[in-house]
Design a protein around this ligand. Sequence first.
Ligand SMILES: [Mg+2]
Length: 168
Amino acid sequence: MSSEPDWFWPVEPGPTLSGPTLSGPTLCVDIDGVLADATHRQHLLASRWRDWDAFFEAAGRDGLLAQQAVLLDTIGQDHVIALVTARPAWIATLTQGWLTEHDVRWDVLIMRSNADFRRSSEMKTAAVWQLRQRGLEPVLALDDDARNVAAYARLGIPCVYIHSGYHG
Ligand SMILES: [Mg+2]
């Protein structure tokens, strides 16, 4: 592993984080299909020529999946909420605006770098390694892609599978 691969972007303290450091037990929470209802834009990936740019640009119009958002509100403040998403960094501002608009609790936002085209499960595995390097200890994950659930399991992290229907 190189010291700071550019796919780990950003480690950004969010609006609910209190205290000077990021450390301690951490929940790794996916965005699309877990917090954001991306059903309205799935058709953009349905054809052979997947329109990823349009797919991500439309994310600002996602509805909130309230059941998971409320769940995050019940988590103790001694736990860090890390949003670990394979969304590309170029929609970071859109994503942060959406999180604010819907009053989602979060502490750290980890996105895929714009030049990273690996599988979500690989990107999320790498994100967990770096979280651990920084003193954050993932204790639970939430994801709607069974491949990511399996990746978290390989890392020793139990993962709640949320069914979105986006991943077969
Ligand atoms: Mg997802």
